[in-house]
Ligand binder design. Sequence first.
Ligand code: NI
Length: 377
Amino acid sequence: MNEQDIFTKITEEFYWFHRHPELSYEEVETTKRLRADLAAAGIKVLDLPLKTGLVAEVGTGKAPFVALRCDIDGLPIHEESGLPYASEHEGRMHACGHDFHISTVLGSALLLKAREKELKGTVYLLFQPAEEAPGGAKKVMETGVLKDVQAIFGLHTLPIYDVGTLGIREGAVTASVDKFTVTFHGKGTHAAHPERGVDPIVMAASFVTAAQSIVSRNINPAHPALVSITHIESGNTWNVIPESSWLEGTVRCLTAADRELIKKRIYGLAEGQAASFGGHAELTWYAGPPATNNTPSWTEFAKEEAEKAGLKVEPAPVNLAGEDFAYYQEEIPGAFVLVGTGKSPANHNPKFHVDPKALGPAAKYMATLAEEALARL
Ligand code: NI
Protein backbone atom coordinates (compact mmCIF):
# COMPACT_ATOMS: atom_id res chain seq x y z
CA MET A 1 0.00 0.00 0.00
CA ASN A 2 1.28 3.47 -0.79
CA GLU A 3 0.78 6.38 1.58
CA GLN A 4 -2.45 7.58 -0.04
CA ASP A 5 -3.96 4.07 0.09
CA ILE A 6 -3.03 3.86 3.75
CA PHE A 7 -4.70 7.21 4.50
CA THR A 8 -7.85 6.07 2.67
CA LYS A 9 -7.84 2.75 4.52
CA ILE A 10 -7.50 4.29 8.00
CA THR A 11 -10.24 6.81 7.26
CA GLU A 12 -12.61 3.94 6.38
CA GLU A 13 -11.51 2.08 9.51
CA PHE A 14 -12.09 5.23 11.59
CA TYR A 15 -15.72 5.33 10.41
CA TRP A 16 -16.10 1.66 11.36
CA PHE A 17 -14.55 2.13 14.81
CA HIS A 18 -16.71 5.20 15.39
CA ARG A 19 -19.87 3.29 14.52
CA HIS A 20 -18.95 0.41 16.87
CA PRO A 21 -17.82 1.81 20.24
CA GLU A 22 -17.25 -0.66 23.07
CA LEU A 23 -16.73 0.03 26.77
CA SER A 24 -13.57 -0.61 28.80
CA TYR A 25 -12.54 -4.30 28.85
CA GLU A 26 -15.38 -5.12 26.41
CA GLU A 27 -13.48 -4.13 23.24
CA VAL A 28 -13.95 -7.55 21.64
CA GLU A 29 -15.15 -6.54 18.16
CA THR A 30 -12.67 -3.68 18.05
CA THR A 31 -9.81 -6.07 18.80
CA LYS A 32 -11.08 -8.57 16.20
CA ARG A 33 -11.24 -5.85 13.54
CA LEU A 34 -7.73 -4.68 14.39
CA ARG A 35 -6.35 -8.21 14.19
CA ALA A 36 -7.86 -8.58 10.73
CA ASP A 37 -6.45 -5.22 9.58
CA LEU A 38 -2.98 -6.07 10.86
CA ALA A 39 -3.06 -9.62 9.47
CA ALA A 40 -4.04 -8.29 6.03
CA ALA A 41 -0.89 -6.15 6.08
CA GLY A 42 1.30 -9.03 7.26
CA ILE A 43 1.94 -7.38 10.63
CA LYS A 44 2.73 -9.67 13.53
CA VAL A 45 0.54 -9.57 16.64
CA LEU A 46 2.30 -10.71 19.82
CA ASP A 47 0.91 -13.59 21.80
CA LEU A 48 0.10 -11.93 25.12
CA PRO A 49 -2.44 -12.67 27.87
CA LEU A 50 -4.72 -9.72 27.01
CA LYS A 51 -8.47 -10.36 26.77
CA THR A 52 -9.01 -7.19 24.74
CA GLY A 53 -6.51 -4.91 23.06
CA LEU A 54 -3.29 -6.17 21.50
CA VAL A 55 0.35 -5.40 20.83
CA ALA A 56 1.70 -5.56 17.27
CA GLU A 57 5.33 -5.57 16.19
CA VAL A 58 7.10 -4.07 13.18
CA GLY A 59 10.86 -3.96 12.54
CA THR A 60 13.93 -6.10 13.04
CA GLY A 61 12.66 -7.99 16.11
CA LYS A 62 15.83 -6.83 17.88
CA ALA A 63 16.89 -3.87 20.08
CA PRO A 64 16.45 -0.98 20.32
CA PHE A 65 12.71 -1.08 21.07
CA VAL A 66 10.29 1.85 21.03
CA ALA A 67 6.51 1.86 21.51
CA LEU A 68 3.58 3.82 20.09
CA ARG A 69 0.49 3.61 22.25
CA CYS A 70 -3.18 4.25 21.66
CA ASP A 71 -6.30 3.47 23.70
CA ILE A 72 -9.32 1.74 22.17
CA ASP A 73 -12.33 2.07 24.49
CA GLY A 74 -15.50 4.16 24.15
CA LEU A 75 -17.80 5.72 26.77
CA PRO A 76 -21.33 5.12 28.13
CA ILE A 77 -22.71 8.22 26.39
CA HIS A 78 -25.66 8.53 23.99
CA GLU A 79 -24.22 10.12 20.83
CA GLU A 80 -25.82 13.34 19.58
CA SER A 81 -23.26 14.34 16.97
CA GLY A 82 -25.61 13.90 14.00
CA LEU A 83 -22.70 12.42 12.01
CA PRO A 84 -23.51 10.04 9.12
CA TYR A 85 -21.22 7.48 10.81
CA ALA A 86 -22.62 7.99 14.35
CA SER A 87 -22.61 5.16 16.89
CA GLU A 88 -24.76 2.13 16.13
CA HIS A 89 -24.38 0.91 19.72
CA GLU A 90 -27.15 2.49 21.80
CA GLY A 91 -25.78 4.36 24.81
CA ARG A 92 -22.16 3.95 23.69
CA MET A 93 -19.99 6.53 22.02
CA HIS A 94 -16.40 7.21 21.02
CA ALA A 95 -16.69 10.59 22.74
CA CYS A 96 -13.01 10.88 23.66
CA GLY A 97 -11.60 10.27 20.19
CA HIS A 98 -10.10 6.87 20.99
CA ASP A 99 -11.43 5.74 17.57
CA PHE A 100 -9.16 8.43 16.12
CA HIS A 101 -6.25 7.12 18.21
CA ILE A 102 -6.81 3.53 17.03
CA SER A 103 -6.94 4.54 13.37
CA THR A 104 -3.88 6.78 13.71
CA VAL A 105 -1.69 4.09 15.28
CA LEU A 106 -3.04 1.54 12.78
CA GLY A 107 -1.92 3.97 10.05
CA SER A 108 1.50 4.28 11.72
CA ALA A 109 1.77 0.48 11.77
CA LEU A 110 0.99 0.27 8.04
CA LEU A 111 3.43 3.09 7.20
CA LEU A 112 6.18 1.51 9.30
CA LYS A 113 5.52 -1.90 7.74
CA ALA A 114 6.09 -0.33 4.31
CA ARG A 115 9.48 0.92 5.56
CA GLU A 116 10.35 -2.14 7.65
CA LYS A 117 13.72 -2.68 5.93
CA GLU A 118 14.81 0.86 6.83
CA LEU A 119 13.99 0.53 10.54
CA LYS A 120 16.94 0.40 12.96
CA GLY A 121 15.15 -1.68 15.57
CA THR A 122 11.65 -2.71 16.64
CA VAL A 123 8.43 -0.76 17.13
CA TYR A 124 5.70 -2.11 19.38
CA LEU A 125 2.25 -0.76 18.57
CA LEU A 126 0.14 -0.87 21.73
CA PHE A 127 -3.62 -0.93 21.22
CA GLN A 128 -4.44 -0.62 24.90
CA PRO A 129 -7.82 -1.53 26.40
CA ALA A 130 -9.68 0.35 29.13
CA GLU A 131 -8.08 3.76 29.38
CA GLU A 132 -11.36 5.10 30.76
CA ALA A 133 -11.64 2.40 33.44
CA PRO A 134 -8.86 3.62 34.06
CA GLY A 135 -5.90 1.32 34.26
CA GLY A 136 -5.73 -0.69 31.01
CA ALA A 137 -2.14 0.55 30.79
CA LYS A 138 -1.33 -1.55 33.85
CA LYS A 139 -2.71 -4.68 32.14
CA VAL A 140 -0.38 -4.10 29.19
CA MET A 141 2.59 -3.48 31.51
CA GLU A 142 1.85 -6.63 33.52
CA THR A 143 2.44 -8.71 30.36
CA GLY A 144 6.12 -7.66 30.54
CA VAL A 145 6.12 -6.71 26.85
CA LEU A 146 7.60 -3.28 27.61
CA LYS A 147 10.61 -4.37 29.67
CA ASP A 148 13.15 -3.52 26.94
CA VAL A 149 11.33 -0.47 25.56
CA GLN A 150 13.50 2.65 25.74
CA ALA A 151 11.03 5.29 24.54
CA ILE A 152 7.24 5.49 24.36
CA PHE A 153 4.97 7.94 22.54
CA GLY A 154 1.23 8.44 22.86
CA LEU A 155 -1.35 10.82 21.44
CA HIS A 156 -4.67 12.35 22.35
CA THR A 157 -7.21 14.33 20.35
CA LEU A 158 -7.52 17.98 21.31
CA PRO A 159 -10.68 19.61 19.94
CA ILE A 160 -9.46 23.18 20.45
CA TYR A 161 -6.72 23.11 17.78
CA ASP A 162 -7.06 23.08 14.01
CA VAL A 163 -5.95 20.08 11.97
CA GLY A 164 -2.18 20.36 11.51
CA THR A 165 -1.51 21.75 15.00
CA LEU A 166 0.04 19.74 17.83
CA GLY A 167 0.22 20.56 21.54
CA ILE A 168 3.54 19.48 23.05
CA ARG A 169 4.79 20.30 26.53
CA GLU A 170 7.58 19.06 28.79
CA GLY A 171 6.52 17.57 32.15
CA ALA A 172 2.85 17.10 32.99
CA VAL A 173 0.05 17.60 30.46
CA THR A 174 -2.59 15.75 32.47
CA ALA A 175 -3.07 15.39 36.22
CA SER A 176 -2.93 12.63 38.81
CA VAL A 177 -6.42 11.29 39.49
CA ASP A 178 -7.47 10.11 42.93
CA LYS A 179 -10.94 9.34 44.18
CA PHE A 180 -12.04 9.27 47.82
CA THR A 181 -15.17 8.41 49.77
CA VAL A 182 -16.03 9.50 53.31
CA THR A 183 -18.69 8.13 55.63
CA PHE A 184 -19.53 10.36 58.62
CA HIS A 185 -20.91 8.36 61.51
CA GLY A 186 -23.18 10.20 63.93
CA LYS A 187 -26.19 9.15 65.98
CA GLY A 188 -29.73 9.19 64.64
CA THR A 189 -32.46 11.01 66.48
CA HIS A 190 -35.75 12.88 66.13
CA ALA A 191 -35.35 16.14 64.22
CA ALA A 192 -36.95 17.88 67.20
CA HIS A 193 -34.39 16.39 69.62
CA PRO A 194 -30.98 17.08 68.11
CA GLU A 195 -29.47 17.09 71.63
CA ARG A 196 -30.05 13.32 71.80
CA GLY A 197 -28.07 12.58 68.63
CA VAL A 198 -24.99 13.51 66.63
CA ASP A 199 -25.85 15.05 63.26
CA PRO A 200 -23.84 13.51 60.39
CA ILE A 201 -25.23 16.02 57.87
CA VAL A 202 -23.65 18.93 59.74
CA MET A 203 -20.33 17.01 59.73
CA ALA A 204 -20.50 16.46 55.98
CA ALA A 205 -21.49 20.05 55.28
CA SER A 206 -18.63 21.39 57.43
CA PHE A 207 -16.19 19.07 55.73
CA VAL A 208 -17.31 20.13 52.24
CA THR A 209 -16.79 23.77 53.15
CA ALA A 210 -13.47 23.18 54.94
CA ALA A 211 -12.12 21.10 52.03
CA GLN A 212 -12.35 24.19 49.79
CA SER A 213 -9.48 25.70 51.78
CA ILE A 214 -6.98 22.97 50.86
CA VAL A 215 -6.13 24.23 47.38
CA SER A 216 -6.49 27.91 48.29
CA ARG A 217 -4.55 27.78 51.61
CA ASN A 218 -2.14 24.83 51.43
CA ILE A 219 -1.06 24.56 47.80
CA ASN A 220 1.36 26.90 46.07
CA PRO A 221 -0.89 29.25 44.06
CA ALA A 222 1.27 28.65 40.99
CA HIS A 223 0.44 24.91 41.02
CA PRO A 224 -2.73 23.70 39.27
CA ALA A 225 -4.70 21.49 41.69
CA LEU A 226 -8.30 20.81 42.61
CA VAL A 227 -10.54 19.04 45.11
CA SER A 228 -14.11 18.42 43.90
CA ILE A 229 -16.80 16.81 46.03
CA THR A 230 -19.28 15.54 43.52
CA HIS A 231 -21.75 13.22 45.23
CA ILE A 232 -23.35 13.37 48.65
CA GLU A 233 -26.08 11.29 50.26
CA SER A 234 -27.78 11.15 53.64
CA GLY A 235 -31.15 10.73 55.23
CA ASN A 236 -34.51 9.92 53.70
CA THR A 237 -37.05 12.28 55.25
CA TRP A 238 -37.55 15.72 56.83
CA ASN A 239 -38.08 14.94 60.49
CA VAL A 240 -35.32 12.40 61.23
CA ILE A 241 -31.64 13.13 61.80
CA PRO A 242 -29.94 10.13 60.18
CA GLU A 243 -27.21 7.87 61.53
CA SER A 244 -24.66 8.64 58.85
CA SER A 245 -23.82 10.64 55.75
CA TRP A 246 -21.68 9.69 52.79
CA LEU A 247 -19.85 11.60 50.08
CA GLU A 248 -17.29 11.10 47.34
CA GLY A 249 -15.01 13.29 45.31
CA THR A 250 -11.79 13.58 43.39
CA VAL A 251 -8.35 15.17 43.74
CA ARG A 252 -6.32 16.31 40.73
CA CYS A 253 -2.84 17.82 40.70
CA LEU A 254 0.46 17.77 38.85
CA THR A 255 3.14 16.92 41.42
CA ALA A 256 3.62 13.96 43.74
CA ALA A 257 4.25 16.30 46.70
CA ASP A 258 0.97 18.17 46.19
CA ARG A 259 -0.83 14.84 45.76
CA GLU A 260 0.48 13.58 49.11
CA LEU A 261 -0.27 16.86 50.89
CA ILE A 262 -3.88 17.07 49.65
CA LYS A 263 -4.53 13.48 50.70
CA LYS A 264 -3.14 14.18 54.19
CA ARG A 265 -5.27 17.33 54.54
CA ILE A 266 -8.46 15.55 53.41
CA TYR A 267 -7.92 12.85 56.03
CA GLY A 268 -7.15 15.49 58.67
CA LEU A 269 -10.18 17.62 57.87
CA ALA A 270 -12.66 14.74 57.61
CA GLU A 271 -11.52 13.15 60.87
CA GLY A 272 -11.11 16.50 62.63
CA GLN A 273 -14.47 17.90 61.54
CA ALA A 274 -16.25 14.68 62.50
CA ALA A 275 -14.57 14.57 65.92
CA SER A 276 -15.39 18.21 66.63
CA PHE A 277 -19.10 17.36 66.35
CA GLY A 278 -18.78 14.16 68.40
CA GLY A 279 -18.81 11.71 65.53
CA HIS A 280 -16.18 10.00 63.44
CA ALA A 281 -15.20 9.69 59.79
CA GLU A 282 -14.22 6.65 57.76
CA LEU A 283 -12.23 7.33 54.58
CA THR A 284 -11.35 5.18 51.60
CA TRP A 285 -8.76 6.31 49.08
CA TYR A 286 -8.57 5.04 45.49
CA ALA A 287 -5.32 6.06 43.80
CA GLY A 288 -5.55 6.44 40.03
CA PRO A 289 -2.80 7.28 37.56
CA PRO A 290 -0.15 9.87 38.40
CA ALA A 291 0.34 12.99 36.27
CA THR A 292 1.82 12.46 32.82
CA ASN A 293 5.51 13.31 32.68
CA ASN A 294 7.01 14.17 29.30
CA THR A 295 10.78 13.68 29.34
CA PRO A 296 12.67 16.86 28.30
CA SER A 297 14.80 15.21 25.58
CA TRP A 298 11.93 13.29 23.95
CA THR A 299 9.68 16.36 24.21
CA GLU A 300 12.27 18.41 22.33
CA PHE A 301 12.59 15.57 19.80
CA ALA A 302 8.79 15.44 19.32
CA LYS A 303 8.72 19.19 18.67
CA GLU A 304 11.59 19.01 16.17
CA GLU A 305 9.97 16.17 14.23
CA ALA A 306 6.64 18.06 14.16
CA GLU A 307 8.31 21.15 12.74
CA LYS A 308 10.20 19.07 10.15
CA ALA A 309 6.85 17.61 9.09
CA GLY A 310 5.42 21.13 8.64
CA LEU A 311 3.07 20.80 11.62
CA LYS A 312 2.44 23.76 13.90
CA VAL A 313 3.50 23.26 17.53
CA GLU A 314 1.75 24.95 20.45
CA PRO A 315 2.59 24.56 24.15
CA ALA A 316 -0.09 22.03 25.15
CA PRO A 317 -2.60 23.40 27.66
CA VAL A 318 -2.28 21.75 31.07
CA ASN A 319 -5.39 19.77 31.82
CA LEU A 320 -6.57 18.31 35.13
CA ALA A 321 -8.21 15.36 33.41
CA GLY A 322 -6.41 12.06 33.83
CA GLU A 323 -4.62 9.82 31.36
CA ASP A 324 -3.30 6.36 32.19
CA PHE A 325 -0.42 6.83 29.73
CA ALA A 326 1.18 8.24 32.89
CA TYR A 327 1.69 4.67 34.18
CA TYR A 328 4.02 3.91 31.25
CA GLN A 329 5.90 7.13 31.91
CA GLU A 330 6.66 6.06 35.48
CA GLU A 331 9.02 3.50 33.93
CA ILE A 332 9.77 4.54 30.35
CA PRO A 333 10.84 7.96 29.06
CA GLY A 334 8.76 9.44 26.28
CA ALA A 335 6.18 12.02 25.29
CA PHE A 336 2.42 12.33 25.17
CA VAL A 337 1.34 14.60 22.33
CA LEU A 338 -2.00 16.36 21.80
CA VAL A 339 -3.28 16.34 18.23
CA GLY A 340 -5.51 19.10 16.85
CA THR A 341 -8.66 17.53 15.40
CA GLY A 342 -10.61 20.69 14.56
CA LYS A 343 -12.92 22.65 16.85
CA SER A 344 -15.63 20.64 18.59
CA PRO A 345 -17.47 20.48 21.92
CA ALA A 346 -15.19 19.03 24.61
CA ASN A 347 -14.16 15.37 24.91
CA HIS A 348 -16.90 13.34 26.68
CA ASN A 349 -19.62 15.66 25.29
CA PRO A 350 -22.36 13.83 23.27
CA LYS A 351 -21.66 16.20 20.34
CA PHE A 352 -17.87 15.66 20.38
CA HIS A 353 -16.43 15.03 16.91
CA VAL A 354 -13.07 14.99 15.18
CA ASP A 355 -12.11 15.92 11.63
CA PRO A 356 -10.94 12.73 9.86
CA LYS A 357 -8.56 14.89 7.78
CA ALA A 358 -6.29 14.91 10.83
CA LEU A 359 -5.77 11.13 10.59
CA GLY A 360 -3.20 10.94 7.78
CA PRO A 361 -0.82 13.60 9.12
CA ALA A 362 -1.11 12.18 12.67
CA ALA A 363 -0.37 8.62 11.50
CA LYS A 364 2.63 9.80 9.52
CA TYR A 365 3.91 11.92 12.40
CA MET A 366 3.66 9.09 14.94
CA ALA A 367 5.37 6.69 12.52
CA THR A 368 8.20 9.20 12.06
CA LEU A 369 8.59 9.55 15.84
CA ALA A 370 9.05 5.79 16.11
CA GLU A 371 11.43 5.48 13.16
CA GLU A 372 13.56 8.49 14.15
CA ALA A 373 13.64 7.47 17.82
CA LEU A 374 15.06 4.09 16.78
CA ALA A 375 17.71 5.88 14.72
CA ARG A 376 18.69 7.97 17.78
CA LEU A 377 18.90 5.10 20.27
NI1 NI B 1 -9.28 9.95 26.18
